[in-house]
Design a protein around this ligand. Structure first.
Ligand SMILES: Cc1cc2nc3c(=O)[nH]c(=O)nc-3n(C[C@H](O)[C@H](O)[C@H](O)COP(=O)(O)O)c2cc1C
Length: 581
């Protein structure tokens, strides 16, 4: 079954005024998580009591019960393939070029900040699988590496290819230190993101993401992806445009509901303005706040037509949302603002952030969230959507691969195994120390429900004697990616993070209870990759995240002290009847 939409139809959809239903959904999304959970559970209980919970919701133009792959968002029209096989997407809005290359069997998961850096993504892509650069916090990584002298010249080589004139020169002038920083000198920071930031500030984000993708793609034509966190809203449009200027092939986004991103990708590919809704605590559903990004203001003489490619459209990357519930996949397939090309289905054993458990929160004696049956994704519902999907979370083994393929997945997304390979951005010291602890059976992975100010559970690696950020840290918020917008009593927007100094957070109307146990992930994650900020109290401490499977990585390690990305791929492909391209 194939559905098509005309170019004019696509345009109309993109420009159509926001519907009441969209306002309804956006208002819901802006509620605090506890309130959302309570509401969702109430509605579920209501449907169940009415005996309607098994009835698929119909689109407004369908007869009830008409659920089929054809009922998904018209801009996601598909060609159905054989049962369990990935389907080919045949529908393209005006600017989306057809990518006929085969889908990867292995996606190397995006790992922020800078763990899945360009050397890792490039190594994976060179092996014929999908290498993914994490774009989260990329601009901070970029300016810190420039201040460390860019010793191998990689950043500057890529900067020479940045198409917007003058931007690279300005960044070099402002941040590049040919001999690196003086010993113990702190890094110069970037202005913190807000709803509106200067063009110069956005240039750094565009450039940093361009550089990372350009380097990951250098010297080959295999696909490369970028991973961004939906929740880190404010830099995302600039990051996407930078990655697209460098020809990124895939965009993968989780940690939120990236419903508006497909439409933004369509717009950015044509250098048109893109807009996404900004979540604002305390705003009523009648008050809409937006993040606007207009590519044209970034080019001299107000237009990319003056650039080297004379405004030629950019490649529209494939978009793969990362989801942990089939309902979210259905919503995105039907209601996203443009084409969705498949899903990464991630379970709660995965490294990084996890979706919170569904239902009434329950905890182990150690305070870890308890996941249950309701958290198992209904793969039948995912298969019904007719789009390819990859399974993530504890799938990093030949058995994990086999099971995923048998379940109809196109393959697997793996993070933890790649996080400790030679090409990973984690410092060699941290990798060596954790791998030694794994071999000695002295490592533990804790799912910490409090550490991340996003409110999502976050996995933390614990090794006795290995320093990590804790409650003794003197709080300072000087990077700010996890700040969220709030509306103050005068109706003005402010920004706060529950890991910032407690007094400041409370002064901004935050609840003191929110601050308990929070870690400054921005600073800790930069320390993980060897870019710690220097403070009077000493350098910022790391905080490592990994999936639950880290503790069993010793089997794959088999006495070695290290391994490469190619080793990981060969290991995983043993579970699939395919070989690397
Ligand atoms: C060190 C590390 C950092 C991660 N950071 C991110 C991230 O920034 N964004 C994201 O979507 N997923 C992130 N993840 C999740 C991975 O992309 C991947 O889905 C997950 O690791 C798969 O499960 P596994 O850890 O069992 O292999 C991270 C995982 C690790 C291990």
């Amino acid at each position: 079954m194939e559905l098509t939409i005309t170019e004019q139809g696509g345009e109309l959809l993109v420009r159509a005024p926001e519907t009441v239903q969209e306002q309804f959904a956006a208002g819901f999304i802006s509620l605090p998580p506890a309130q959302r959970r309570a509401l969702a559970e109430g509605i579920e209980a209501w449907m169940s009591a009415a005996g309607l919970d098994a009835v698929p919701a119909a689109m407004f133009f369908e007869a009830a019960g008409a659920e089929s792959p054809a009922s998904i968002n018209p801009s996601n029209a598909i060609t159905t393939g054989a049962a369990g096989q990935p389907r080919t997407n045949t529908m393209h809005l005006s600017n989306s070029a057809t990518d006929t290359r085969p889908l990867p069997v292995i996606i190397q998961g995006g790992m922020g900040v800078g763990v899945s850096n360009w050397p890792l993504a490039r190594a994976v892509s060179l092996s014929g699988q999908l290498g993914v650069v994490s774009g989260t916090g990329m601009d901070a990584v970029f300016v810190r590496r420039l201040q460390d002298g860019d010793p191998d010249g990689h950043l500057r080589r890529a900067m020479d290819h940045f198409p917007i004139p003058g931007v690279s020169e300005h960044a070099l002038h402002r941040y590049f230190l040919p001999d690196g920083r003086a010993r113990g000198a702190p890094y110069k920071g970037l202005p913190l993101y807000k709803q509106n930031v200067s063009v110069a500030r956005q240039h750094v984000t565009i450039l940093a993401n361009f550089v990372a993708i350009w380097l990951a793609r250098e010297g080959h034509d295999n696909p490369v992806g970028i991973n961004l966190l939906t929740k880190v809203q404010m830099p995302n449009l600039a990051s996407l445009y930078g990655a697209m200027l460098a020809g990124v092939d895939y965009v993968l986004m989780g940690a939120g509901i990236p419903r508006e991103i497909p439409g933004a990708l369509d717009a950015l590919a044509e250098h048109r303005p893109a807009r996404i809704r900004l979540d604002v605590d305390g705003a009523s559903s009648a008050d809409a706040y937006y993040l606007d990004f207009d590519p044209s203001i970034h080019w001299p003489d107000h237009g990319p037509d003056h650039g080297p490619d004379h405004g030629a459209p950019l490649k529209r990357p494939r978009f793969l949302p990362i989801i942990s519930a089939s309902s979210l996949a259905t919503t995105l397939a039907r209601k996203a603002t443009g084409r969705v090309d498949g899903f990464v289905v991630e379970g709660p054993t995965a490294g990084g952030h996890n979706a919170p458990p569904r239902g009434e929160p329950r905890f182990t004696d150690d305070g870890e969230p308890v996941y249950g049956e309701r958290d198992v994704v209904d793969l039948e519902k995912i298969r019904e959507l007719g789009l390819p999907f990859w399974l993530a979370g504890g799938r990093g083994s030949p058995e994990g691969m086999r099971a995923a393929l048998a379940a109809g997945a196109a393959g697997i997304q793996v993070g933890t195994l790649f996080a400790y390979c030679d090409e990973s951005g984690l410092t060699p010291e941290i990798r060596a120390r954790i791998l030694a602890a794994v071999s000695a059976g002295r490592v533990r992975v804790r799912t910490d429900p409090r550490a991340s100010s996003t409110g999502y559970p976050f996995k933390v690696v614990e090794v006795d004697g290995m320093p990590r950020q804790n409650d003794t840290r003197v709080r300072v918020c000087d990077i700010g990616y996890l700040r969220t917008a709030y509306r103050d009593a005068d109706g003005k927007l402010g920004y706060r993070c529950s890991a910032e100094p407690v007094d400041a957070y409370v002064k901004k109307g935050g609840d003191v209870a929110d601050t308990v146990g929070r870690r400054c992930l921005c600073n800790a994650l930069l320390s993980n990759i060897g870019l710690p900020q220097e403070r009077d109290e000493g350098a910022e401490l790391p905080l490592i995240t990994s999936g639950d499977d880290l503790v069993s990585l010793g089997g794959f390690l088999a006495g070695r002290s290290g391994y490469s990305a190619a080793d990981v791929i060969a290991h995983l492909l043993a579970g699939a009847s395919v070989t690397a391209a």
